[in-house]
Design a protein around this ligand. Structure first.
Ligand SMILES: Cc1ncc(COP(=O)(O)O)c(C=O)c1O
Length: 444
């Protein structure tokens, strides 16, 4: 008898699960009960190696006591307080701590922090800030947004409009946006460690958008520096540099969506540091609290923030915010998380393990069904051939097989995405490769 079927186990009907095939899942559930370090324990007592840092968020590993004690203390001191026309010190303290590690210099430093509750909220917040900024500098016609095919920017109406994943878009209306082509190029760029050689010229799509729509209608261009949810697409060499140059030339703000790359995933605090490119806005979430308490933050360049600080003193400068913007408990979790990242050098640890990671993952080349492997920082995308035209079926079978054998992976379509906690040891990298390799040999 599986645990969920035991007496007193909760029924499965009430929870309408997100991004899940509900009926399939509830017929054969996969349930996690607890977690510590690099591992989950399933409800039936099996140890499961976390190959995905939960959902790209538990960068410092699970069960960090420092975070839980900070959260408990904060809940007993000040559980909640509003941040609309009111303040509490811990929100300012956390913003200041984030500002210290923000990329950029001078007025281009992204050290003005707007708190949100999630990645989706960070994205919609950044898009609104970009449009408000343009208006505040006398560019009120700039309301169009540019995203990219295969981009994922969460599930708000702004995020799906600039996003480029068809299943997230087809049912819902959108706000005015256009899309650069994606950078996936299997023929020229297969089996690459780090940034692929070919595709820099795809950034010129932004020039085509300017020619098509007029620069004076475009507020911002948003991209994931490394596209994650679509199945791991690192940017071609020179691509992001060219995108920045075109944005600067035409007065278009550049937004990096760093919801997965923020907080050490590439071996530097942000992808902006890794690629040495300073955008105007950065969206974050996930690793900001090590996944422990929901939270997000938009990092804004000082010049963007300052442009909005005008008008009469008593005027609210940006009509935007969430009940939970700067939630005290989330801030406590965030500060404890930053302490751990600093004390254990986790924001740069991926740089130390990435060679071992790349070599181990690329050793899977030649294993059945694999048609491409892409790695960057502590991320891997492993692309499988599609079985009988049924997209995603093979990868799903691999996912279930891995879970049964003690490894959590993430699949999207027929691509496996790996993004383990940044505390991973070399022996655990080997475990991932061996469980995954065996699963691939087993599935049809
Ligand atoms: C790049 C990117 N942006 C935004 C989001 C949305 O974040 P959330 O699920 O916290 O709303 C995600 C989530 O995976 C993401 O990967």
């Amino acid at each position: 008898m599986t645990d969920h079927a035991k007496p007193n186990a909760p029924g499965l009907d009430s929870f309408w699960m997100p991004f899940t095939a509900n009926r399939q899942f509830k017929a054969a559930p996969r349930m996690l009960a607890s977690a510590e370090g690099m591992h989950y324990t399933s409800v039936d007592g099996r140890t499961v190696l976390d190959g995905t840092a939960g959902l790209w968020c538990v960068n410092a590993g699970h069960g960090r006591r420092q975070i839980s004690s900070a959260v408990e203390k904060q809940l007993m001191t000040l559980d909640f307080a509003p941040t609309f026309q009111m303040g509490h010190p811990i929100a300012f303290e956390f913003a200041e701590r984030l500002a210290e590690i923000a990329p950029g210099d001078g007025e281009n430093k992204l050290d003005r922090i707007f708190f949100t509750g999630s990645g989706s909220e960070s994205v919609d917040t950044a898009l609104k800030i970009a449009i408000a900024y343009q208006r505040s500098i006398g560019q009120g016609t700039r309301t169009r947004l540019i995203g990219r095919e295969r981009g994922y920017h969460g599930v708000g109406f702004g995020g799906i409009s600039v996003g480029g994943l068809v299943n997230n878009r087809r049912v819902f209306p959108q706000i005015p946006a256009d899309h650069l082509r994606h950078t996936f190029d299997l023929e020229r760029n297969a089996y690459v460690k780090g940034q692929p050689e070919y595709g820099m010229e795809l950034a010129d799509d932004l020039e085509r958008m300017v020619a098509l729509h007029g620069a004076e209608t475009i507020a911002a261009c948003i991209v994931e520096p490394v596209a994650g949810s679509t199945g791991v697409l690192p940017p071609p060499k020179g691509y992001l540099e060219r995108l920045l140059a075109i944005c600067s030339k035409h007065g278009i703000l550049l937004i990096f969506d760093e919801v997965i790359t923020g907080f050490g995933r590439l071996g530097s605090p942000f992808a902006a540091n890794y690629f040495n490119i300073t955008p105007d806005l950065i969206t974050t979430a996930k690793g900001i609290t090590n996944g422990s308490i929901p939270m997000g933050a938009v990092f804004a360049a000082r010049k963007v923030h300052d442009a909005l600080m005008h008008g009469p003193d008593g005027q609210i400068e940006l009509f935007h915010g969430y009940t939970y913007s700067g939630h005290p408990t989330a801030c406590a979790a965030g500060i404890a998380t930053l302490d751990i990242y600093r004390d254990e050098s986790l924001l740069t640890r991926a740089a130390d393990v990435q060679d071992a990671w790349h070599d181990a993952i690329h050793s899977l080349k030649g294993v059945p069904h694999i048609i491409d492997i892409r790695t960057i920082g502590l991320i891997a995308g492993i692309e499988l051939s599609t079985r009988n035209g049924e997209v995603g079926k093979r990868a799903y079978d691999v996912f279930v097989d891995c879970f049964e054998k003690g490894l959590l992976i993430r699949v999207t379509g027929d691509i496996i995405a790996l993004s383990p906690p940044l505390i991973i040891e070399k022996s655990q990298i080997s475990d991932i490769v061996s469980i995954l390799g065996d699963a691939l040999k087993r599935v049809a």
